[in-house]
Ligand binder design. Structure first.
Ligand SMILES: NC(=O)c1ccc[n+]([C@@H]2O[C@H](COP(=O)([O-])OP(=O)(O)OC[C@H]3O[C@@H](n4cnc5c(N)ncnc54)[C@H](O)[C@@H]3O)[C@@H](O)[C@H]2O)c1
Length: 281
């Protein structure tokens, strides 16, 4: 008789961190995978050939309502708690300001809204944020807008605010969008933890430093990315499994009193910046 196991939804599943999370979480949980990349099907096949159980493969834009409802249909599992590791995201070396905000914040809120009806006591989620969110100064006007990214005029308003800050510099604009969107994920995680706690469910975030995934390989070639890597007192870049191992802990029973917090997995970079031992570019 097949044993019923908890299901883990991994977003960004064919990206660097997503793959590492799928391989680690998939040892004890059944996997539901989603990513915009067409490479997802091949990765799911590889996992199945290696003995992993993949119960759902959903290729498409995480912002799509149809995709989300197909994913949630696969995640239904009665009273069993679920796991969510949300790694899908865009960075300034991969996209412009508007899609960055759309994926990193708007799609994240839609994902959490969609999964909430399925939460049971013991469910646990990890959002991948970024050290960029910690480095960005708090801008109260932006924080107010980003608290409601599904408002009809949200994108127009946040783009106007960010354009004012970037003053015509498109590269700067994308960087601001990335940092603000990740700052919003940190705040969102705290807010959801309050609501989820009433259900016995937990949500935390991880802020990676420079991790040499496909995204990280591009970012490290920028002054900001290189500064992040060089700042790490541990003297090495991160690898995707550094993040997967931290995520595995945060969703485990051993972390059952941890919710609403952010874990820096950055080789000590933020400590070095905060103590003045390293400088951001
Ligand atoms: N790599 C780093 O150094 C670093 C540092 C800090 C934070 N992060 C964050 O970590 C997360 C994972 O990044 P990674 O390094 O594994 O990058 P990656 O580019 O290897 O993986 C990201 C995945 O997200 C997917 N994706 C992008 N837009 C999507 C959309 N609209 N719908 C569905 N999927 C979409 C991509 O197809 C890709 O497979 C991201 O949120 C990123 O911002 C990365």
């Amino acid at each position: 008789m097949a044993i019923t196991r908890r299901k883990a939804l991994i977003t960004g599943a064919s990206g660097g961190m997503g793959k590492a999370c799928a391989r680690l979480l998939g040892t004890t949980q059944d996997l539901v995978l989603t990513d915009a990349s067409p490479k997802l099907a091949q990765f799911a096949e590889e996992l199945q050939a290696e003995g992993y159980t993949v119960t759902g493969v959903h290729q498409g834009d995480l912002g799509s309502a149809a995709l989300l409802s197909a994913i949630m249909a696969d995640m239904q599992q009665g009273d069993l708690p679920l796991t969510l590791i949300h790694t899908a995201g865009l960075s300034p070396s991969l996209a412009k300001a508007e899609p960055i905000m759309q994926v990193n914040l708007v799609a994240t809120v839609r994902l959490l809204d969609a999964i909430e009806p399925l939460l049971r006591s013991g469910s646990a989620a990890v959002m991948i944020a970024s050290t960029a969110g910690h480095l960005m100064p708090q801008i109260p006007e932006a924080a107010t807008l980003m608290a409601d990214p599904l408002a009809p005029d949200f994108m127009a308003n946040i783009m106007a605010l960010m354009n004012g800050m970037a003053q015509g510099d498109a590269e700067k604009l994308a960087g601001i969008s990335y940092s603000l969107s990740k700052q919003a994920v940190l705040a969102l995680t705290q807010r959801r933890a309050i609501a989820w706690g009433l259900l016995g469910a937990r949500i935390s975030s991880i802020s990676p430093g420079m991790i040499l995934t496909p995204m990280g390989q591009k970012e490290v070639q920028t002054p900001g990315g290189a500064a992040m890597q060089n700042a790490a007192p541990l003297g090495r870049p991160g690898v995707a499994s550094d993040i997967a191992l931290a995520a595995q802990f945060l969703v485990s029973a051993e972390a059952s009193f941890i919710s609403g917090c952010d874990l820096l997995v950055d080789g000590g970079s933020m400590a070095a910046f905060r103590q003045g031992a390293a400088k951001i570019a």
